[in-house]
Design a protein around this ligand. Structure first.
Ligand SMILES: [Mn+2]
Length: 209
């Protein structure tokens, strides 16, 4: 029996941004990413590589106002594409967890593709997560680390997932953020993986997620 392709293509256009996302959950981590924000492209590339999700993103946003709209809207569009590609979620492992260490930084991510959107974005002590530097990476446009939360919030809401990101150990801010995207990518890979033993079943005691 041929399994259905888990792919999605979403275009989202507002007065602030125009975003195209194409993804394949059963890919090999091939990517083509262009958001106009160098550091963000670097992070989305890591996400694709570590999740093995083939990812094409073309974003054209109002960067003259800053990176906020573009980063948030990419999160919304990627989340929408994940939900569409997952369909009924038959056979998926559903949940995933990973701790990623990158040199001096350690980040933990958990995900449940539960059908409900929620983001926990915290430090080790449950306080709101703050990366070590406010500004990281490329200077044009300047990348504010506080925007990472907006990306994951949009993604959690629109993929209808419970997502936890926890900064366990601080270090270089570039490492902290990159470890965030790698931990999340690995956790999501585990969650979307199809278990052959339950491949026709919806993994919920409610029968629907
Ligand atoms: Mn890097």
């Amino acid at each position: 029996m041929k399994t259905e392709e888990r792919i999605a293509k979403i275009t989202r256009k507002t007065k602030e941004t125009e975003i195209e996302v194409e993804l394949n959950l059963d890919g090999t981590g091939k990517y083509e990413i262009s958001t106009g924000i160098g550091f963000f492209d670097h992070m989305l590339t890591a996400f694709s590589k570590y999740s093995l999700i083939d990812l094409r993103i073309k974003a054209n946003g109002d960067l003259e106002t800053g990176t906020h709209h573009t980063i948030e809207d990419v999160g919304i569009t990627v989340g929408t594409a994940i939900a569409k590609a997952l369909g009924e979620k038959r056979g998926i492992a559903r949940a995933g967890f990973f701790q990623y260490m990158m040199d001096d930084a350690l980040v933990e991510s958990a995900i449940d593709l539960s059908g409900r959107g929620r983001l926990l974005f915290e430090n080790r002590d449950d306080a709101p997560l703050k990366y070590s530097n406010e500004v990281v990476g490329s200077l044009t446009p300047e990348f504010q680390s506080e925007e990472i939360k907006e990306f994951f919030y949009g993604l959690a809401e629109n993929s209808k997932s419970n997502i936890s990101i926890r900064l366990i150990r601080t270090g270089n801010a570039h490492h902290e953020i990159e470890a965030t995207f790698k931990a999340f990518g690995k956790a999501l890979r585990a969650a979307v993986t199809i278990d052959e033993r339950i491949k026709d079943e919806i993994p919920s005691t409610k029968g629907v997620i």
